[in-house]
Write a protein that binds this ligand. Structure first.
Ligand code: 9MR
Length: 347
């Protein structure tokens, strides 16, 4: 959905910076580009450009203005997770997720639902005791129907199962896998499809960007699920990258092989962290990575969009989890080189 009409003009300082960066050429292009956000540029390629958003940011007006101006897809970073949505067994709480759905509606944005089945951020009632397979299967079914049913018609896609594999391509030993075996993945996809037949259903994971044991495991599973007629629509490549580990050069080929199975792909949680302090060199390298990963998605027909895991360093999860690392996003208190690199890739 083009958002040109609803977007407010970018500040004059930004326009000047775009010209300085060689992004806009000639007065007509300058005048035109000044009005376009990342989503508008992505839309020209038939793609979306999204951001995660979470609690504290929801009352930050300058933040919300940029979120509305630049993005056409949002993902609740936490509000639709199990701990938030079913804090007590059978007692559902949609307020955090609903707030983001309402915000998205006001901004003419779509929503990626995140996430139904995960081993993390589960409520205590679920993790503090043992369940038989039939009990846990019933719990999973009820939760999936309740949540997907509540948001039926309101979310574009669901990360149905999140982070199901280990780095070596074996199944992650989660409460779901331990108790239900690998069939929980197909079950959850089938239930989600019944609850909202129009939502696009995804498997989603990190360290999936390069071809290797983990992405090979997803490739085999996706092929298998498709062969069995399980309703899987896409695979989400989270894209939590770190400069010190090198750029995943096989990303484009990897995206392509999944799309050749008849699936959509998307970069769903992108950030590019670095060891602090953030020097000009590191920020320039980060910008190149943002450009390259966006170009990789644009080069693959069924890579449908890119989402950054929040758009500003102010709200990034990175410093809290990786001490001494940070600066992973295209904005801090101003626009970073990564922002201009994104425009360059999309323009
Ligand atoms: O951004 C989320 C952060 O606020 C939470 O504290 C964290 C808990 O694990 O989850 C973050 O989001 C994760 C996402 O749900 C799944 N992929 C990894 C993301 C970063 O940890």
């Amino acid at each position: 959905m083009a958002k040109t009409g609803t977007r407010l003009r970018l500040a004059g300082a930004l326009a000047a910076a775009l010209v300085a960066a060689g992004v806009a050429n000639g007065p007509a292009a300058q005048a035109h580009d000044r009005q376009l956000g990342l989503a508008d540029l992505a839309h020209r390629h038939g793609r979306y450009f999204g951001s995660a958003v979470d609690g504290p940011a929801l009352t930050d007006s300058p933040y919300l203005k940029i979120l509305g101006d630049q993005f056409d897809m949002v993902t609740p970073a936490n509000g639709m997770k199990w701990y938030a949505t079913e804090p007590q067994q059978g007692v559902f709480d949609w307020k955090d997720g609903d707030a983001i759905v309402q915000l998205a509606r006001a901004n003419h944005q779509r929503v990626r639902g995140h996430t139904l089945v995960w081993h993390s951020q589960l409520p205590d009632w679920l993790t503090s005791r043992e369940w038989t397979a039939s009990e846990l299967r019933a719990i999973l079914k009820k939760h999936t129907f309740a949540e997907v049913g509540h948001y039926r018609g309101k979310v574009y896609s669901w990360d149905v199962v999140n982070e199901a594999f280990n780095e070596d391509g074996t199944y992650r030993d989660t409460i779901w896998y331990q108790t239900l075996g690998p069939g929980y993945i197909a079950d959850a996809l089938r239930w989600a499809h019944q609850a909202d037949p129009h939502a696009k259903l995804y498997l989603n994971d990190y360290n999936l960007e390069a071809i290797g044991p983990k992405s090979d495991a997803y490739y085999r599973l996706a092929k298998d699920l498709k062969a069995q007629g399980v309703p899987l629509d896409g695979v989400g490549f989270q894209g939590h990258l770190a400069l010190q580990y090198g750029y995943p050069a096989t990303l484009e080929d990897n995206l392509r092989r999944f799309t050749e199975l008849g699936l959509d792909t998307a970069l769903t949680e992108v950030d590019v962290r670095m060891q602090l302090p953030a020097t000009d060199e590191k920020l320039a390298e980060q910008a190149t990575w943002y450009r390259d990963l966006t170009e990789a998605c644009l080069a693959v027909r069924h890579c449908v969009g890119v989402t950054v895991w929040d758009y500003t360093d102010k709200y990034s999860w990175v410093p809290g989890v990786f001490p001494g690392e940070g600066a992973p996003l295209p904005w801090d208190d101003q626009l970073k080189p990564a922002y201009y690199a994104l425009r360059e890739a999309l323009d």
